[in-house]
Design a protein. Structure first.
Ligand code: KG4
Ligand code: ZN
Length: 338
């Protein structure tokens, strides 16, 4: 089954082609970074309008690049939520209309399910059951995955998501949008131990996270050391990264102990973080287990993960009726088992 996947939940227009026999065939991404740069963050209305302009040319380019005829598609998948409603509606309307015109099945995909299945785009894919650490711009969750579509949330952030904390802290430090990856890069240049920030929630027995206090603590440091030299900036960034990653690490380690699982999947934008990868790789090696990360281009939003997830559901005979809708909020533990 050959499936076209469409991602438009935020500031990236992504399209991908996935076949259950051949795996990922190709994918293309258009990032709106330049569009939102001068506003210092994503402007939802501009995001929607840009998705409208970019989606059709991207699909055409993908089909041309892979010499695929529209009629060769067996199904179409799109991100139905969670995300920005207007942006989601662009992808949903496009996908549903195209599927209708081709008389092919169409399925709305949960964006977070797609993130956590993204390591399955690789040849060396994780096998079930596994523990997933999902760390994106909007969510931080530890999830027990017993079967595809069956997601038990063991813990999550009580306030800001890890990626959101990176983005907000970057802004406080005067770094340009998109702050998260820029802050992470700066952190790698800094020296650890020059400042001290708290490790939120690590001494609590549960598997929840909290990151909003960290940005306030950084704001105080920034205030105290104004004007910031490049060295001080890098050292603060380094300590901030250390605090976030240690907190993710401690809770993930605890979840592995509690569940007895030895397979860990880390996905979402923050899974690109080098320090997090290093900490978890070391730990899983110690445990005799294995950790799976998506390759860098699949850590952040993309159409390939939507095509893969849609394909899994369509192969299982799960597709939507002719209506379509999007969900800005959509609990992950309410999905149907695949
Ligand atoms: O998964 P994603 O592309 O979008 C959502 O679905 O939210 O994640 C984007 C998030 C942003 O908050 C960004 O700051 C963060 O991932 N991010 C990083 C890194 N690269 C992206 N955070 C820490 N370290 C990185 N290297
Ligand atoms: Zn995402």
């Amino acid at each position: 089954m050959l499936v076209l996947g469409i991602e438009s939940s935020c500031d990236e227009t992504g399209v991908g082609l996935y076949s259950d026999e051949q795996g990922l065939i190709a994918h293309t991404l258009y990032s709106q970074v330049d569009l939102h740069l001068r506003y210092g963050g994503v402007v939802p209305e501009l995001a929607s309008r840009d998705h409208i302009q970019k989606l059709q040319p991207l699909v055409h380019a993908l089909l041309d690049k892979t010499a695929t005829k529209l009629t060769a598609l067996d199904g179409i998948a799109y991100t139905a939520g969670p995300g920005l409603s207007g942006a989601l509606l662009v992808g949903a309307a496009f996908a549903r209309s195209l599927a209708y015109s081709l008389n092919k099945p169409c399925v709305g995909v949960h964006h977070l399910e797609a993130h956590l299945l993204s390591p399955m785009l690789e040849e060396n894919a994780p096998s079930l059951p596994f523990l997933a650490l999902l760390v994106s711009g909007g969510h931080t969750m530890l999830i027990k995955v017993a079967a595809l579509g069956q997601y038990e949330i063991l813990g999550e952030s009580l306030d800001d998501a890890a990626g959101e904390a990176f983005d907000k802290t970057a802004k406080i430090m005067g770094l340009p949008y998109p702050g998260g990856p820029i802050l992470a890069k700066l952190a790698d240049e800094g020296k650890s131990g020059m400042f001290h920030l708290p490790r939120p929630m690590v001494n609590r027995a549960n598997l929840d996270f909290s990151f909003s206090g960290l940005k306030t603590a950084v704001a105080e440091l920034v205030q105290k050391h104004r004007p910031l030299t490049e060295t001080v900036k890098a050292n603060i960034a380094c300590e901030f990264q250390e605090a976030v990653m240690e907190s993710l690490f401690v809770k993930t380690k605890r979840a592995l102990q509690q569940t007895g699982l030895k397979t860990l999947v880390v996905a979402g934008g923050v899974s690109a973080n080098k320090r997090l990868r290093h900490l978890l790789q070391q730990e899983l090696m110690k445990l005799g287990g294995q950790v799976y990360f998506p390759r860098h281009e699949f850590c952040t939003d993309n159409g390939a993960m939507i095509a893969l997830t849609g394909c899994l559901r369509l192969v299982a005979g799960q597709y939507d009726d002719l209506g379509f809708g999007v969900r800005a909020r959509w609990p992950l533990d309410m999905l149907k088992k695949i």
